[in-house]
Design a protein around this ligand. Structure first.
Ligand code: TXA
Ligand code: MG
Length: 324
């Protein structure tokens, strides 16, 4: 895999049906020409992603939704796009015939987002095609927020475009939009509260309430480090040997650990979000750490998205460390 900052070259790979990992303001994506089914198939192959999990199509200009979404496009789609794009918002809507079935895992909808990261924007513009991209990690593992996190995944990629700055740190908010109803399929930095304030006249449904809609982002286990990860609970009086402790500066924790990392010293959730996956990657990579503990955050506002990711990350290890 070639690593560099040559956006022109990266765009060439996309045009030629290749795979390019690139920075976005949320996490790194693994991109291919969304209109080329063979190129998109290579994404699933590289990530070992099950084919039932659909991809997000990234665009550089709002007019591109006209070729991706089936017409008529609900006015609410335009309202949301004009307010939140470019940015960390993904809109799911009925797909047009132009979108290959493999992109949407055979569903009749497609997810679209216009990223704000300058490198991503320029890449998509130069490629001249919409770019399908999931996060650039092997299926089920931690999302990459720095280019080194992509490198360590050892995937078959043609080019890794580097741009480690302006990072929000967790994936976009995913919304299903139909008529006057917005369903939050994946929480993110754009919160339910913000959406309600922006479109007060629409119905905002939180994921799970509408059982007819499925989004693999609703899987219980996801975003996991390769080492056991547990929530820190008040009952834990002592951590086992070789523990790593991730704190957000929320509560007064006085525990000894082999390695302690703060995502924020002051409980600032924006800062904590930006550093969340990086802190988890650092623990995963550190040979001195066998078990990771992480402080919880209050589940309001941005805390909803953070806890969503952490619940999935801890799921396979059981949410609670056995103190006995
Ligand atoms: O911030 C992000 O969204 C990043 C960057 C690279 O843009 N991408 C990302 O992609 O997180 P991925 O593949 O890791 O997550 C895509 C999410 C999944 O939860 C998937 O189930 C959902 O979007 N999704 C995609 N297409 C969908 C569709 N047609 N209907 C429902 N959910 C969909
Ligand atoms: Mg992902």
């Amino acid at each position: 895999m070639e690593i560099g900052i040559d956006i022109d070259k990266a765009a060439g790979f996309i045009r030629d049906g290749g795979l390019v990992a690139f920075p976005t303001e949320t996490v790194y994506g693994l991109g291919a020409n969304a209109l080329n089914p063979l190129a998109v198939a290579a994404i699933f192959e590289a990530k070992q992603r099950p084919s039932f999990d659909p991809l997000i199509v990234h665009i550089a200009d709002i007019t591109q939704i006209e070729e991706l979404f089936e017409k008529p496009i609900t006015p609410l789609v335009y309202e949301l796009a004009e307010r939140f794009w470019p940015g960390p918002l993904t809109i799911v809507h009925r797909r047009s015939l132009l979108v290959p079935g493999i992109v949407s895992a055979g569903m009749d909808t497609v997810a679209v987002r216009m990223p704000a990261h300058p490198v991503a924007k320029e890449l998509i513009r130069l490629a001249g095609v919409p770019v399908a991209a999931p996060s650039a990690n092997r299926f089920g593992q931690l999302s990459p927020t720095r280019h080194e996190h992509v490198v360590k995944q050892e995937m078959e990629i043609d080019y890794l475009l580097v741009g480690d700055y302006d990072i929000i740190g967790i994936e976009s908010t995913v919304l299903y939009v139909e008529n006057n109803t917005v369903t939050i399929l994946r929480p993110g930095i754009i919160t339910a509260k913000e959406l309600v304030e922006f479109v007060p006249e629409s119905n905002i449904i939180n994921k799970g309430e509408n059982t007819k809609l499925s989004s693999p982002g609703l899987l219980k286990s996801h975003y996991s480090p390769l080492k056991p990860l547990y929530f820190l609970s008040g009952e834990i009086k002592m951590l086992p040997e070789k523990s790593g402790l991730i704190l957000h500066g929320i509560s007064d924790v006085k525990l000894d650990a082999e390695k302690i990392t703060y995502t924020s010293k002051t409980g600032n959730l924006k800062e904590a979000t930006a550093n969340l996956f990086t802190a988890l990657h650092d623990m995963e990579d550190d040979p001195a750490v066998d078990t990771i503990f992480i402080e919880t955050v209050p589940e309001t506002g941005l805390g909803i998205a953070i806890m969503d990711r952490l619940r999935k990350a801890t799921y396979q290890y059981a949410a609670r460390f056995d103190v006995g």
